[in-house]
Design a protein around this ligand. Structure first.
Ligand code: ZN
Length: 496
């Protein structure tokens, strides 16, 4: 998308003086554009070069968010920032600024600068509040567990660099963390700026029941005193997740919503579900004795209901190709190992969420977080099937995507998800208001069918992981449909 390569004028063999001036000024304009392009931060340039302007306008629907460009325009000139955001807007790609509590005046100024330019460009005002939330467990002895001898001790089983502590020792941290958030919210309010979208990737911090947390709580005199049936994992889990949700509500969702009632607010991995989680983050391990649902070698954990207690307004499931997924299943078709798991994750959140609550899903195709000694035999999820999966997520109630990836993956990852996003805008009515017709996940690599019903019409997509001749049957209410062999596209079927 190099603007300099677009021929914007043609030479005339005869120059009149005005024409010469006009030509020279066009030269200046083109060379200014070249300057802007070459000064564009590398990540933004990669995203722009990997995508094309939308053919169907986005109008009010969610843009595609791309985490690796978050904050990339900090320190850039207004001219370049305007150019970058208008090119992103033309592609339907959103841009987030990061609030930093350690550099708050500076990052507030940047946030307000971007808020204005983004609005002028027609993009939502979007914020990454991760750094504000981070640090409930800040290593202070007052936040740690207390052993039988009265000595504080930390839980290092999540991240050796993070002293996780006692779930009952965080009360004093709430006003500190909340004030970080309030500083920025006040600043936006005073400047009469808006906030349309605000998320956090708040993960390894605060009470979490996995790894050695349960074992450590059993060794802590305060935890033992506060949780009566500590030997019951479900009781432990419920208590910890209730505290964790309460923290998120008090320092994040509530302050945001009281000042910006229309804002979409959510946290990575917090979403509505059926009581189970079908994936593990890279730092999570199931403790011995915790209940699970077995499926081949996969162990699906029981999960507490956090979304509503947090008072979030947008659900943020995580549909990542975690390395461990590959070895959980025996499907000879290796693409189906990914497809099967990720469709379980996506169907779970789609089915549990009312259409009025937007689902903005974190996605990633390349194998996620492989260990240093990764098995070289692990076949990554094929790009075409990954795109099919994205379609099925949309047709099962997901509303938008949030891409995370490594810097070297950015071009390809962006292209894949943007192609689906851009094409999906042609079906906006269905995507905005249609009701999903199926959440079925075949236990074997058979045909996968998803659809959205709007009145007497259904938007449908069928994907065959392996060749499967002939139509498949789908019952929608009193209608029995025959879904023909897929053609790598969606089709709209009229119900009689
Ligand atoms: Zn404790």
């Amino acid at each position: 998308m190099n603007r300099a390569s677009n021929s914007r004028f043609t030479f005339s063999s005869v120059f009149t003086l005005p024409l010469l001036f006009a030509t020279l000024s066009l030269f200046a304009e083109v060379s200014a554009a070249v300057k802007v392009e070459s000064a564009m931060p590398a990540s933004v340039r990669t995203v722009l070069e990997s995508t094309r302007p939308l053919e169907v306008p986005r109008d009010g629907s969610l843009p595609l968010y791309v985490l690796p460009i978050s904050n990339a325009l900090h320190g850039q000139t207004d001219t370049l920032t305007k150019e970058a955001l208008s090119q992103l807007a033309a592609r339907g790609i959103g841009y987030t600024v990061a609030w930093s509590p350690n550099d708050r005046d500076n990052t507030l100024d940047e946030g307000l600068r971007i808020a204005k330019i983004a609005r002028d460009a027609g993009l939502p005002v979007a914020v990454d509040a991760t750094a504000c939330l981070d640090g409930f467990f800040n290593g202070d002895p007052s936040t740690l567990h207390i052993d039988a001898q009265g000595q504080p001790f930390a839980d290092l089983s999540f991240d050796p660099g993070r002293k996780m502590g006692c779930p009952f020792a965080l009360a004093d941290r709430v006003p500190v963390i909340r004030e970080r958030m309030e500083f920025f919210l006040r600043g936006y309010s005073r400047a009469r700026a808006t906030i349309d979208f605000i998320f956090a990737d708040w993960e390894i911090d605060g009470p979490i029941e996995w790894n050695d947390a349960w074992a450590n709580s059993k060794k802590c005199q305060r935890c033992r005193a506060r949780i009566k049936d500590l030997d019951d994992f479900r009781v432990f889990q419920r208590r910890l997740r209730a505290i964790r949700s309460d923290l998120q509500r008090r320092v994040f969702a509530q302050p945001v919503r009281s000042r910006f009632p229309k804002a979409l607010v959510g946290n990575y991995g917090v979403y509505l579900h059926d009581g189970h989680r079908y994936w593990y983050d890279y730092y999570e391990r199931l403790p011995e004795g915790a209940p699970f649902l077995a499926d081949q070698r996969a162990r699906y954990r029981e999960w507490a209901h956090e979304f509503s207690p947090c008072r979030y307004t947008m659900a943020m499931p995580v549909v990542y190709t975690w390395y461990s997924i590959y070895h959980c299943y025996d499907f000879e078709n290796t693409d189906y190992r990914w497809f099967y798991n990720l469709l379980l994750v996506g169907s779970n959140s789609g089915q549990a969420t009312k259409r009025a609550t937007p689902i903005v899903t974190f996605v990633h195709r390349n194998t996620t977080a492989p260990p240093p000694n990764a098995d070289p035999g692990v076949q990554p999820f094929g790009p075409e099937q990954y795109q099919e999966l994205l379609w099925h997520l949309l047709l099962r109630g997901h509303d938008g995507f949030f891409l995370w990836c490594l810097a070297e993956e950015l071009g390809e990852e962006t292209r894949l998800v943007h192609e689906v996003y851009a094409a999906s805008l042609a079906y906006r009515k269905f995507l905005d208001r249609g009701q999903p017709v199926s959440f079925e996940v075949p236990k074997q690599p058979g045909p996968i069918v998803s659809g959205l019903r709007l009145g007497n019409r259904v938007l449908l997509r069928r994907t065959d992981i392996e060749a499967h001749p002939g139509p498949v049957q789908l019952r929608i209410g009193r209608h029995q449909l025959e879904i023909p062999v897929p053609e790598k596209r969606c089709r709209v079927i009229q119900l009689d």
